[in-house]
Every structure is written in C-alpha cells, then in structure tokens.
Design a protein around this ligand. Structure first.
Ligand SMILES: [Zn+2]
Ligand SMILES: [Zn+2]
Ligand SMILES: [Zn+2]
Length: 232
C-alpha cells in the first residue's frame, strides 16, 4: 500500500528514472545504472527487514560457495603434492583428502540449491534486477575497488602479487569464484604454511557483518553496497 501511495504521488519521477535507467544501460555506464536502481530502491521499497535478511543470506551463501571452492583447490593441490612426493607417511592422508573432496562436492551442490532458492525468493523490484545484472557482468568482483581492497585488508590474495582472485574459475564452480575466504589455498600457504589457519588468521579472513542488526555497522553498509549494488 505504501508503494502505491508513492507511485500515485510521484508518477513523473518514476518515468524520469525509467528513462535514465534505459540511457545508462544502453550507454554501458553500469555504475550509474546501479545508482539509479539504488535510488528507486530507496523510494519504492520499504520493507527493509525482508530485504536485509535476504541480502545477509545471499551474501553468506556466496561466501560459503567460495569457501568450498577454495578448500577444494587446497585439497587437490595437496593430493597432487603428496601423491607425487617421496614421503610415504604423508601418502597415508590421501584417502582422507579424497573423502573430503567428495564431501565438498556434495556440499557445493547443496549450497547451489540454497542459492537458487534464495534468488527465486528475492522480492521482485530494483534490488533483484540490480543484483542479477551485476552478477551477469564478467569479473564483477574484480571491477569493484572496495571488494579488492577489502580482500587485501583482510590478508587475502589481492594484497599480494599472486593474483589468485583474478584467475579464471573452474567452469563447474563459477558461483565459487571471488575474493579470498578463510579457506583460500594460497592464503593458507602464506599465513600458516600448513593445513589449518590459526583462529586469529581465520577471524581476519572472515568478514564480520550482520545486515539483520540495526543500525548497520559501517562495514555492514559497505558490504551491502558492494555485494548487492556493486557500488564503492
Ligand atoms: Zn587468498
Ligand atoms: Zn594467492
Ligand atoms: Zn581478492
């Protein structure tokens, strides 16, 4: 009902926004288009509770998909290393790694289903079209400077020369492509030089944000802007 009142009051504004959105889209000025979507969102969408919960869940699910993908890379790397190495004792852990790989594959499939369900459950409106549009852009996570800096600040690969975040994804793990999580194979090697991150390093690599708690922290706000609108 609130939306209806707004639309009656500002029909001209909505027309202008539609026009501006079309211009921005066809001219390829994608960031501007996202800003326009954001403005529409603020004007027309009022149910922040629903949207905040949705945003929190989808960002967390994306992070979990990246974790699984990065852990798979770590495990595969070690299988390769131990299998080809001369340390016979180290080879004893190979069955454990193979088992873990199978479990990770199942978990990825499960999370993909959750992700698709969340996407389908997003209320139709500017936030959904904005989110979908951003995710269709090639290498969207690399075009966002805030995300790159955030990765570097958390101790991720964007702060080093390895360029792991830029490497093309496994075609079967496209949803798992993105910046470092606590499971990143390269970060694990650099920070711990072993199998597990320390709790302190894990906390650094794991961003803490909660969009369901008001008022949002500065970090939560930045996460929302970066992951949902790809704004900096
Ligand atoms: Zn990394
Ligand atoms: Zn790296
Ligand atoms: Zn990164």
């Amino acid at each position: 009902m609130k939306n209806l009142v707004k639309q009656i009051r500002f029909p001209a504004l909505e027309d202008i926004l539609s026009f501006a959105q079309n211009v921005a889209e066809t001219s390829g000025r994608w960031v501007n288009w996202q800003i326009i979507r954001g403005m529409r969102h603020v004007w027309w969408e009022t149910d922040w509770d629903v949207l905040s919960r949705w945003a929190q869940s989808i960002i967390e699910t994306e992070e979990r998909l990246r974790e699984i993908t990065q852990r798979e890379t770590f495990v595969k790397k070690n299988i390769h290393r131990f299998h080809n190495g001369s340390d016979e004792a180290a080879k004893l852990v190979l069955p454990d790694f193979i088992e873990e790989l199978i479990a990770l594959d199942h978990e990825y499939t499960r999370l993909e289903r959750i992700y698709d369900t969340l996407l389908a459950g997003c209320p139709v409106g500017p936030i959904k079209s904005g989110y979908l549009w951003i995710r269709k852009q090639p290498q969207w996570h690399l075009r966002n400077e805030w995300l790159r800096q955030d990765c570097a600040r958390r101790g991720g690969c964007c702060g080093r020369q390895c360029k792991c975040c830029e490497k093309p994804p496994d075609p079967m793990r496209k949803k798992g492509w993105g910046h470092c999580t606590a499971k990143c194979a390269c970060c694990n090697d650099v920070l711990e030089d072993g199998f597990r991150l320390t709790e302190r390093n894990r906390r650094t690599l794991q961003p803490e944000f909660d969009l369901t708690v008001y008022p949002w922290s500065d970090y939560s706000r930045e996460m929302f802007r970066a992951y949902i609108w790809s704004l900096e």
